[in-house]
Write a protein that binds this ligand. Structure first.
Ligand code: ADP
Ligand code: ZN
Length: 614
């Protein structure tokens, strides 16, 4: 697996800081321009500086160490906890003609020795290593005898003891700085919060590092949050309408719901597979592998399905249950569209979700402080769900970024109507009060709408003055009213009785008519606006030739099969889509397509042109 080929066009002499990085970006990686801060970072690290890079998923972190690795003499060591992905990352680099290898516990002794030898002999541009491996005495000795270009510490937030991805081995990585003070280090993460940032700097002794913070916006992701009615049916029609045959992730809260939803989707013709911590590890690994390698698989999962998914072409992430916080929502939806092509973050959300999350907090073992923080986080998320303004503005605001309305979320595309719900809110709150704050929304709605059910007569609620005062709104409308009352804090689920709603301190002014309440309209939305979608670069391509795109995908699948690598290692969807849209006339034009560097042009150019002009 150690390949002795030289990356095309790589001669290490006379590095010109202006020209060389851009030239390598184009000849090796096939990209015409740097994105965001990439160029600054590359130049800083190639010049020997330390860096901490905070960039959202899909922002293009890998180039920030891969290019300096090629620009500097010696081998770059890349530390990553994601052993399962190293093989694919290395395969992708080898496709580009870069001399890359990996060293982890999946290699046998002989292969590991060969790898160490190649490192000592200076035959590698990049070596991916598991953190526990890197700090072993034998490895450190080997490093001391080798020429090192840099250390890249990927997923650097794993050093944070408070994060959920904590890896104790990461704490030992400070040894790199002690042993090899002259080798530049670059730490990278997609985690947005400032506390983690501070911890990374402290634990990895990166005090002198330049910090590069990118915007956490993911412009190619379209955010949509719908009112939950029949969640599964809504999900199915979302998949059928917008994502037939696409790879996607569906998040559910419980293992049981994961299994049921996956089975239900399969019975409706979707290629869905489950993933949760209750499955045995072999079945789990098998499903993760299928998702990563096959095309068009939908994984239905609990949040146990998270780190270690590196698939660039996940076209949608759907939530059937509410996450716990905006951080969680951002992280989970962030798995969509890493390749920069249009992707959807879709969520169905209803009163039941709010009740369930509140209940989980109330019943958790955590301290008072923990519960208070959890409630605040949940409230911030509910604010995002209920806002009538731009979702992206709200999301980024939470992470301390400001911006203008995005034009690529449901609220921007079809601004929701708002209505004066003061009267409805009063009726709903008095119904809660008159029935003793002991009933859930279903019963309360029956009372308001004047339905004579067994329960209503049993409790004598048909005798109350609130009985039937809400006949003017239908059931769905009332469900919306109750959900928004809870989300806005005018009512809350009872701690003890499941689903029962009770009043809060802020209910009183509404009840007394002193406070106006404005709500999102319950009217069904207009037919969907015509879709014009933007890629990350903002470029709008002409529509792709669908027949050609299919042919290209089939060709890619065959290549991937023969070479035993995932399809995206050959070409990303985006590159194929661009070919199908532009129909390059000749080899030069083909070389101008993003994602086609010199090596791939040489290797696949003729086959691609034959398909385009066949
Ligand atoms: P991250 O590690 O930050 O999630 P990656 O390094 O995997 O992101 O890059 C995400 C995607 O963006 C990849 O498909 C990569 O090829 C592409 N990419 C990165 N930099 C550029 C660039 N300058 N121009 C075009 N595409 C790029
Ligand atoms: Zn918007």
């Amino acid at each position: 697996m150690v390949r002795a080929t030289t990356a095309s066009g790589l001669s290490r002499c006379s590095m010109n800081h202006e020209q060389r990085p851009l030239q390598l970006l184009s000849t090796i990686f096939g990209h015409p321009a740097f994105r965001g801060a990439q160029q600054d970072i590359v130049e800083h690290v190639a010049g020997g500086g330390d860096a901490l890079v905070l960039m959202p998923t899909g922002g293009g972190k890998s180039l920030c160490y891969q290019l300096p690795a090629l620009l500097r003499e010696g081998t770059a060591l890349v530390v990553s906890p994601l052993i399962a992905l190293m093989q694919d990352q290395v395969a992708a680099l080898q496709q580009l003609g870069v001399r890359a290898a990996f060293l982890n516990s999946t290699l046998d002794g002989r292969a590991a020795n060969a790898c160490e030898k190649a490192l000592r002999n200076g035959e590698l541009d990049l070596l991916y290593v598991a953190p526990e491996r890197l700090v072993m005495p034998r490895m450190l000795e080997c490093l001391a005898e080798s020429k090192l270009a840099l250390f890249a510490i990927d997923e650097a937030h794993c050093v944070s003891q408070w994060g959920h991805d904590f890896r104790p081995e990461y704490l030992q990585l400070s040894i790199l700085h002690e042993r090899f003070p002259d080798v530049p280090r670059i730490a990278l993460t997609a985690t947005a919060d400032p506390q983690t940032r501070v911890e990374i700097i402290r634990r990895l002794a990166l005090d002198d590092a330049r910090v590069f913070i990118s915007s956490f916006d993911r412009p190619n992701i379209r955010y949509t949050i719908v009112d939950k009615q029949e969640a599964r049916a809504q999900l199915l029609s979302f998949i059928r309408q917008d994502h037939a045959g696409d790879a996607g992730i569906v998040y559910c809260l419980s293992r049981k719901k994961v299994d049921e939803t996956a089975a239900w989707l399969v019975s409706h013709g979707v290629r869905a597979i489950p993933y949760h911590a209750g499955m045995d590890s072999a079945a789990r690994a098998e499903n993760q592998n299928r998702f990563q390698r096959e095309e068009g698989i939908v994984v239905v999962a609990t949040i146990a399905f998270g780190m270690g998914i590196d698939k660039p072409d996940v076209r949608f992430v759907a939530h059937l249950d509410l996450p716990k916080s905006i951080e969680g929502y951002y992280q989970e939806t962030g798995r969509a569209g890493r390749d920069g092509a249009p992707a959807d973050a879709w969520m169905a959300y209803g009163l039941g979700d709010v009740v369930q999350q509140r209940r989980m907090i109330d019943q958790s073992e955590g301290s008072e402080e923990y519960r208070r923080v959890s409630v605040t986080k949940l409230e911030a998320l509910l604010g995002l769900c209920e806002t009538a303004g731009c979702r992206r503005v709200r999301l980024l605001d939470y992470f301390g970024e400001s911006g203008a309305s995005c034009g690529n979320c449901d609220n921007c595309l079809e601004p929701p109507q708002t209505w004066d719900a003061t009267d409805a809110a009063r009726k709903a709150l008095s119904c809660i009060y008159r029935t003793g704050q002991r009933f859930g929304a279903v019963h309360l709605i029956d009372v308001l709408r004047g339905r004579v059910t067994d329960r209503v007569t049993q409790w004598g609620h048909d005798q109350l003055n609130v009985f039937g005062i809400g006949a003017d709104l239908d059931e769905a409308a009332w469900r919306n009213v109750f959900r928004q009352l809870v989300a806005l804090g005018y009512a809350r689920p009872d701690h003890d009785a499941y689903g029962a709603l009770c009043l809060t301190e802020t209910s009183r002014p509404v009840l007394k008519g002193e406070q106006q309440v404005c709500m999102r309209s319950v009217l069904p939305r207009k037919a969907k606006a015509a879709k014009s979608r933007r890629g990350a670069a903002g470029a709008v391509l002409p529509p792709a030739d669908a027949g050609l795109l299919d042919q290209l995908k089939n060709w890619r699948m065959e290549q991937a099969r023969v070479q035993g690598v995932p399809a995206f290692v050959i070409f990303h969807d985006r590159t194929l889509a661009e070919i199908a849209a532009v129909r390059p006339a000749d080899i030069d034009a083909l070389g101008g397509i993003s994602g086609i560097g010199a090596k791939k042009l040489e290797r696949y150019g003729a086959s691609l042109l034959a398909l385009v002009h066949g």
